[in-house]
Design a binder for this molecule. Structure first.
Ligand code: EPS
Length: 397
């Protein structure tokens, strides 16, 4: 059974529900860690009043016994404190679609003039589910020494050009956790705060750039044999599926179009000292412009994903729109909302990217239990370390 996660639940319904299939038995679920990631997603300067109401934590409904998976589908529930979907007075119909939100396209698609029916599910509240799924996947990845790290690069163009790599990332993480915009640069954080505050005064909103790095991946996750199995393609699909994301980049991203090949491709070196001790198996690179994937497979370098989040589409000042009851021009609807959720998006990106790496890992290393998965993982690394073979052209049968 491949690893997969489905989510259900409306923003102001009773709960969010996440079902994860394909987890091996014997995985310890670190509930404190999962709830910690949910709490981080709720934070960041510029969030709206909703986050004062919610206290996102997971409850397990199925698939777990005494904190350990048993191989059956795992169902998680996150209760909504602000549950009021059927309360007409507190959750009235929305007839004036917001440019940038799902309101207009969804209302036409589902043949309704009440955008509420659409926006409740389109809402970024759903990202709590995807963080929970990613955090569960990270419990598995951590058992194999694979770690994920995400942060905010820029908000409204203000940010950091800090270099993140295997040596620096833990220090960068500590700096990120000191920042209430999740940007690992104190000076940039202050300027981002000021820009978000100004957007608030102007009844406007702010987007930004978020980045995630996954460390400790062995070579060969994903596949070049079918485009659907390419890890970079799956990352792009999953990350583009995060609310408000408008572009996804791997490694150098769109900058590859502006450089000659000699300044894009990462020279290959071999360091025998790392052969036994590092999942790169000794194959090192001078740079990581490829963002850890070549041919849709991990190459032993950190996986690097970047995504651009558009500004929140609920503007205090409204935007030119149409009243769907009268078809007359009207400013778009305003409801309580965030001014900036880029910090939250960095947490979502980190966990969504980790989920895709875990999915590719399960495709390569199956097994019903953690014991089998671990054995398959280490057997593969041992086979790979036995290269070159004798005779040199042989492959391991
Ligand atoms: C959202 C609107 C706001 C955000 C929400 C996304 O919700 P509300 O209408 O309840 O104030 O707070 O995000 C979350 C609830 C969350 O947990 O991230 C939207 O319209 O997309």
């Amino acid at each position: 059974m491949p690893l997969s996660a489905s989510t259900a639940g409306e923003s102001h319904g009773p709960a969010l529900v996440i079902t994860i299939s394909g987890l091996p038995a014997g995985l310890h679920l670190d509930t404190d860690f999962i709830n910690h990631e949910l709490r981080r997603r709720q934070g960041g300067y510029g969030r709206g009043g909703r986050q004062n109401i919610e206290q996102d934590t997971v409850e397990y409904l199925t698939g777990v016994r005494r904190g350990i998976t048993i191989g059956s589908p795992l169902t998680l529930v996150i209760r909504n404190n602000d549950s009021r979907l059927d309360d007409q007075a507190r959750t009235p119909p929305v007839f004036r679609p917001r440019p940038g939100h799902a309101d207009l396209a969804g209302s036409i698609k589902f043949l309704t003039t009440d955008c509420r029916d659409v926006l409740e599910r389109a809402s970024a509240r759903e990202t709590a589910s995807r963080v929970a799924a990613g955090a569960v996947a990270r419990c598995l990845l951590r058992e194999l020494g694979i770690e994920a790290f995400g942060f905010v690069r820029t908000i409204l163009g203000i940010g950091t050009d800090i270099n993140v790599n295997e040596q620096t990332w833990r220090a960068v993480l500590a700096a990120r956790d000191q920042s209430d915009t999740y940007c690992p640069d104190p000076e940039a954080t202050l300027r981002q705060r000021a820009a978000i505050h100004e957007a608030k005064l102007n009844k406007d909103t702010a987007g930004g750039l978020v980045e995630a790095h996954i460390f400790g991946c062995p070579p060969g996750l994903g596949s070049c044999m079918d485009w659907r199995d390419k890890l970079d393609a799956r990352l792009a699909y999953a990350v583009m599926g995060i609310q408000a994301i408008k572009s996804v980049e791997i490694g150098l991203g769109k900058e590859v179009a502006s450089r000659p090949g000699s300044r894009v491709h990462d020279p290959i070196r071999y360091d025998p000292a790392l052969r036994e001790t590092h999942p790169c198996l000794g194959f090192t690179r001078d740079t990581n412009n490829a963002g850890g994937t070549e041919g849709g497979m991990t190459n032993g370098q950190p996986v690097v994903v970047r995504a651009a989040m558009k500004p929140i589409s609920t503007l205090g000042q409204g935007m030119p729109s149409i009243d769907l009851n009268t078809m007359q021009p009207h400013q778009s609807a305003y409801e309580r909302s965030d001014i900036c959720a880029v910090s939250a998006a960095s947490v979502v990106l980190e966990n969504v990217a980790a989920f895709e790496v875990a999915r590719a890992l399960r495709d390569k290393f199956a097994g019903d239990s953690m014991t089998e998965l671990r054995a398959q993982y280490h057997a593969f690394l041992d086979f790979a370390r036995s290269l070159p073979l004798d005779p040199p052209s042989a492959t391991i049968a």
